[in-house]
Design a protein around this ligand. Structure first.
Ligand code: ADP
Ligand code: TRP
Length: 329
């Protein structure tokens, strides 16, 4: 039996990068009966970016409904909100005390802020709060609390899982073997999905294709995909965003055919229409479920409350073990 755990923070509407990079691989793990899966909404992690209370409420439901719409079966998966598990924050504090400050200085989100500030000629810590700085420790607590074996994430989160592993190891060296060391899992084909402009698809770049928008918005987003200036009739390079996205939504056979058409000169306008068709067909049944849950938030609340009860029972045992190791009863 392997424990598989992952979280998504509610910082915006989910996009197809989140789906193919994180949600879909995570749902696939739940289909193997040898896995015990823990999937959660990392709401306290979202505090580093959220601007107000309403965003916290809306984005939390957005992520919850997204997971459920994408096929998470709450009878098989322990599905909960991070904020419902107070043991996380107790473990977070304990882990702070075995985490070298230098390790946090090297964490990429913080390092990126420092580099940006240095380029702008302002204080290196300008705009950095302790939530951002300690972010990897809280993530380590999320992971370690459930004795996780495997953490499926997108490539951008790899370093954080490695940090969690280091932190568990520091703890074990100091207090004796207590914590399990997690392994990261990255699905190779979808490690980094490209966005409308060809860069990594990310909310922070504003280049996303929303997962659960209206059909019209989906069409509009697809029409905004940047292409080169090759005219209809000219062969297209298959190393393009359009083809990459098409291949994710369509099966092998269909993608092969689409690739051939592009190489034979299919125009970008027509190619976008075809991409819309396969994407919409793929998303449609999930979209209906998504809006069902959005309109039945009481059901979502109940699912998350049940999940939190199951998760806490496990979290409490880990915390007792940790307390014992550090000499606190
Ligand atoms: P964003 O970059 O849009 O803010 P998040 O940081 O909220 O996305 O990511 C949530 C999950 O989705 C993470 O596991 C992350 O690795 C994955 N993910 C996000 N963007 C992509 C992408 N472009 N390709 C693959 N996975 C992604
Ligand atoms: N930091 C992750 C992200 O930005 C979200 C997250 C929080 C997470 N805690 C986690 C992912 C624990 C995996 C395991 O996407």
């Amino acid at each position: 039996m392997k424990r598989v755990l992952t979280g998504i923070k509610p910082t915006g509407h989910s996009h197809i990068g989140n789906y193919f990079g994180a949600i879909k691989p995570a749902i696939e793990f739940t289909q193997n009966q040898d896995n015990q899966c823990f999937y959660f909404i990392a709401d306290y992690h979202a505090l580093t970016t959220l601007e107000n209370k309403q965003q916290m409420i809306d984005y939390t439901y957005d992520i919850a409904c997204t997971w459920l719409a994408c096929g998470l079966d709450a009878d098989k998966v322990v599905f909960y909100k991070q904020s419902d598990i107070p043991e996380t924050f107790e473990l977070n504090w304990i882990l702070c005390n075995v985490t070298p400050k230098g390790l946090m200085n090297r964490a990429h989100a913080y390092k990126a802020c420092v580099e940006k500030n240095q380029e702008a000629g302002v204080d290196k810590d300008f705009g950095v709060n302790m939530g951002l700085y300690n972010y990897p420790i809280l993530m380590a607590a999320d992971i370690i609390l459930f004795d996780s074996d495997i953490v499926p994430v997108g490539l951008d989160q790899k370093q954080h899982v490695e940090i969690a592993r280091d932190i568990a190891d520091y703890f074990n060296r100091k207090f004796g073997k207590t914590l399990k060391l997690p392994d990261v899992y990255i699905q190779p084909e979808t490690a980094t999905l490209v966005g409308l402009d060809g860069r990594k698809m990310s909310k922070s770049y504003g280049n996303t294709i929303g997962l659960f928008t209206t059909e019209e918005q989906l069409r509009k987003s697809i029409n905004r995909i940047v292409t080169d200036s090759r005219m209809p009739g000219e062969p297209k390079d298959l190393n393009c965003t359009l083809f990459k996205l098409y291949s994710l939504f369509a099966g092998k056979e269909k993608s092969k055919l689409f690739g051939q058409q592009l190489q034979e000169g299919l125009g970008w306008g027509e190619a976008k229409k075809q991409l819309f068709e396969v994407a919409n067909e793929y998303i449609k049944p999930m979209r209906e479920k998504y809006f069902y849950y959005q309109n039945h938030r009481d059901e979502v609340d109940k699912i998350l409350a049940d999940g939190a009860a199951k998760a806490r029972a496990i979290a409490q045992k880990t915390i007792q073990r940790v307390r014992k190791s550090i000499g606190v009863k």
